[in-house]
Design a binder for this molecule. Structure first.
Ligand code: 13P
Ligand code: SF4
Length: 370
């Protein structure tokens, strides 16, 4: 649960200020706060926000940074589940702020703890769980703290797009089956890397009894994939890959593993946002890249590397609208409130949820480093 404390100045005051004034005020607030505050920014943030971030990274790196910083306040320019993870991993004295509470993740919202617990109960009733075979719950970082806690108390783990392969490898050695929430695409794409056939994967639709599957199919499956997806990455289709290869001879296709299976199969490379950045950074001048991920990141890469050709895989705008809710205005508003001694839009996870989700997140970090 989050605590919201009234701001000294209403946010509306900031909406009428010029971009220059807002940027200056953010920097002035940062100077006034000194080392008491750290601004973290996810790679998908817009340019006018990311330029104020002290540190940036993908969702895994940001969770590690949050666990390492000593700042009293972590202002998180990302989405809700990332700020929650920062609070879970941060020190008890630290406070995490999400400049706009509307910055959620539609994929994370596709699985609620009640639905997950109901699914687990149904699988237990038919003997898939508690039967001969062992089942591990694994949740993508893009999920609520309650679902992370569920994984924590059931010997499961959290993963991100940068460590999913590593964690699948470790869990597949130990368990017969995995139940993966909430992104069916990351689950399917990662399972395929281990030779798990599509016929060994079933999709769990939380709106249907047994997730829309037969008992036998659930017993036989190696991977049960929650029916969730990212609407941003779902916009990339396999014909976009064919089209760009036709239009730009020699282009390499680089996509995020939240993309559809068919897209990832046709691509040259896939990986997390940091992997995408590193791949383009290290590429030879003159190379051509079609990238299937959020448009702010792709545009920034195109600007940063004028000696390489960088294209968005789908020509139409593909933005994470919730990430975009974090604006320079809301960042300025939350920073100036901090200067005034008000903590606005605090994200705080409490009690057992915090303890158990910490287990799953710490398990992730230690297994990633194995
Ligand atoms: P990364 O783990 O690559 O940062 O991705 C997070 C995300 O939400 C992508 O949509
Ligand atoms: Fe969520 Fe998709 Fe936005 Fe990532 S890009 S934060 S998965 S809605």
């Amino acid at each position: 649960m989050s605590t919201v404390i009234e701001a000294v100045r209403p946010i509306e005051d900031y909406l009428v200020m010029s971009d220059e004034e807002i940027a200056e005020r953010i920097e002035a607030a940062r100077e006034a706060m000194g080392s008491r505050v750290v601004i973290l920014g996810h790679h998908y943030q817009r340019d006018d926000v990311i330029k104020h971030a002290d540190l940036n990274g993908d969702s895994y790196q940001l969770s590690v940074l949050a666990s390492q910083t000593d700042a009293e306040f972590i202002v998180f320019c990302g989405v809700h589940f990332m700020a929650e993870s920062a609070d879970i991993l941060g020190k008890p004295s630290q406070r995490v702020i999400l400049p706009d509470m509307g910055a959620g993740c539609s994929m994370a919202d596709m699985a609620s703890i009640d639905q997950v617990e109901d699914a687990w109960d149904q699988l237990t009733e038919i003997g898939v769980i508690g039967g001969e075979k062992s089942v591990a719950p694994i949740t993508y970082m893009n999920s609520s703290a309650e679902i992370k806690a569920f994984c924590g108390r059931n010997d499961g783990v959290v993963c991100t797009s940068s460590n999913a392969t590593k964690l699948f490898d470790l869990y597949l050695k130990k368990y017969d089956k995995m139940f993966f929430f909430p992104d069916q695409h990351l689950g399917r794409n990662t399972g395929a890397k281990f030779g798990i056939g599509l016929d060994e994967m079933v999709v769990w639709n939380p709106k249907e009894n047994l997730g829309g599957n037969t008992e036998q199919a659930l017993h036989d499956a190696k991977l049960i994939l929650w029916r969730g997806h990212c609407s941003v990455h779902g916009r990339f289709k396999d014909w976009h890959v064919d089209k760009i290869r036709e239009d730009v001879p020699g282009v390499k296709v680089l996509v995020h593993p939240e993309c559809l299976y068919e897209v990832v199969q046709k691509s040259d490379l896939n990986g997390s946002t940091s992997f995408i950045i590193k791949t383009v950074e290290e590429a030879e001048p003159g190379t051509k890249w079609a990238i299937g991920t959020e448009v702010n990141l792709v545009n920034r890469l195109a600007k940063r590397f004028p000696d390489k050709e960088v294209y968005l895989l789908a020509p139409d705008l593909c933005m994470c609208a919730t990430m975009y809710r974090i604006s320079p205005q809301s960042l300025c508003w939350s920073m100036e409130n901090l200067v005034n001694g008000n903590v606005v839009n605090e994200i705080a996870v409490h009690g057992e949820t915090k303890e158990q989700s910490l287990i799953a997140l710490e398990r992730m970090i230690s297994m990633t480093n194995k």
